[in-house]
Design a protein around this ligand. Structure first.
Ligand code: SF4
Ligand code: SF4
Length: 176
């Protein structure tokens, strides 16, 4: 496997350029058999080569879903009531009305530079992100989320490229 691309400007440019190709690849995966375990291992290998603490891009650009279980854990760690935590640090998603962490112009409210200020107690979705190595269900069932994630997450972008090579997927000629 070639070394992963980690430059976020490049990831944005390439992931955006390949939106249509990646959508076509998602449908290709749906129609063909592949080993979920093998693809998780490929993503794990790529994840091992990328320093998330140096990147932090998902905390800057993506909404962070938060569950009641997360809220209970984090509020306890912060020494406040769950009610106070929810009203101070969460809001409703503009997309689906689910509870998410509040955001500032720099990203998640708990982001300080590239550091998560509640790292030990962060929400489950943050622990599992970008949900290629860890997550419920098959990779194929989560592929619809990966097309957008490939525009900002180096783990997702590089994993999709590796999957295309493994499956012998025909890339769009302009993207080769
Ligand atoms: S809680 Fe921490 S890890 Fe999760 S999005 Fe916010 S800053 Fe990032
Ligand atoms: S999960 Fe992706 S976007 Fe988030 S910090 Fe790691 S490499 Fe960057």
């Amino acid at each position: 496997m070639p070394p992963p691309i980690t430059d976020l400007v490049q990831i944005d440019r390439l992931g955006t350029k390949k939106l249509a190709e990646n959508e076509r690849f998602r449908k290709h995966m749906k129609r063909h058999n592949f080993s979920d375990l093998k693809f998780r291992r490929v993503a794990e290998e790529i994840e091992g080569q990328i320093d998330c603490r140096a990147c932090g891009n998902c905390c800057k650009v993506a909404e962070t879903d938060i569950t009641k279980r997360d809220a209970t854990r984090i509020s306890k760690a912060m020494g406040m009531s769950e009610h106070e935590f929810v009203s101070t640090y969460t809001t409703a998603s503009a997309f689906d009305d689910e509870m998410i962490l509040r955001r500032t112009e720099k990203g998640c409210i708990f982001l300080n530079g590239n550091d998560c200020t509640i790292y030990e107690d962060r929400p489950d979705t943050c622990r599992n992100f970008p949900h290629l190595v860890r997550g419920n269900g098959s990779i194929e069932s989560r592929m619809w989320q990966m097309i957008d994630r490939a525009t900002y997450c180096p783990i997702v972008y590089n994993s999709l490229e590796a999957y295309k090579d493994i499956m012998g997927f025909q890339r769009n000629p302009v993207n080769r």
